[in-house]
Design a protein around this ligand. Structure first.
Ligand code: HEM
Length: 192
């Protein structure tokens, strides 16, 4: 069913309702060290390991339910967990990091869309971080560089598909899943 006219479009609503969590996630120890100019290779490896622990099980769920999304979503271009393993190997860590055990439920298309909003959005800050790492002489930025010049176009395409999907999926379920995903990721990344 289409949204009633008084409900805001899905993207401004997601942006508004998850803003406090974006602010919280930006306060993780790795990003604070980056901003202070004190980041080390060990800080970077620790952050990447945590990010892998979250991204890998999320991407596995998305992959398992890829049939819910058509080819226009370009899911094959969106998986990033393997890039983290490349970076970790470059930093001398060969073992796959522990996986986060508390992912929010991702069994429906609406739930996957909320989580996808969070993790697709996380590509946007990556370009800045890749440059900060370069400056710090830490040569492990495959994950942060990620999609490089395709970052903007893939994000825009995602936003367009999400907006269309919110005409048939329950917007409140998408937003609730985005909030749960942000909360879980923030707690996992900020744990010292
Ligand atoms: C891993 C943690 C992070 C997650 C999950 C995340 C998530 C998101 C999301 C969902 C958006 C899209 C907002 C929207 O337009 O609807 C976004 C945008 C953005 N984020 Fe983050 N973010 C993270 C960390 C960071 C960090 C550490 C920085 C700072 C370097 C950052 C900088 C940005 C920037 C610059 C944008 C784009 C704003 C715009 O173009 O309008 N993010 N992020």
């Amino acid at each position: 069913m289409p949204n009633p006219p008084e409900s805001p479009a899905i993207l401004p609503r997601l942006r508004h309702e998850t803003r406090p969590f974006h602010d919280a996630v930006e306060q993780n120890p790795f990003n604070l060290a980056l901003a202070a100019g004190t980041v080390t290779a060990a800080d970077t490896a620790r952050f990447l390991a945590r990010m892998y622990g979250f991204l890998a099980p999320y991407e596995a769920q998305l992959h398992a339910q890829a049939a819910l999304f058509g080819p226009a979503w370009q899911l094959d271009q969106r998986y990033r967990a393997p890039l983290i393993l490349e970076d970790l190997a470059r930093l001398g860590h060969d073992a796959a990091p522990p996986l986060y055990p508390g992912l929010p439920p991702l069994g429906t298309r609406a739930q996957l869309l909320g989580a996808m909003y969070v993790l697709e959005g996380s590509t946007l800050g990556g370009q800045v971080i890749a440059r900060q790492l370069d400056k710090a002489g830490i040569a492990a930025h495959a994950f942060f560089t990620g999609r490089a010049e395709r970052t903007g176009p893939l994000w825009k395409a995602f936003c367009q598909h999400l907006t269309e999907a919110a005409e048939t999926e329950e917007p409140a379920a998408i937003v609730a899943s985005a909030v749960l995903t942000f909360q879980a990721l923030s707690a996992w990344l900020n744990q010292r």
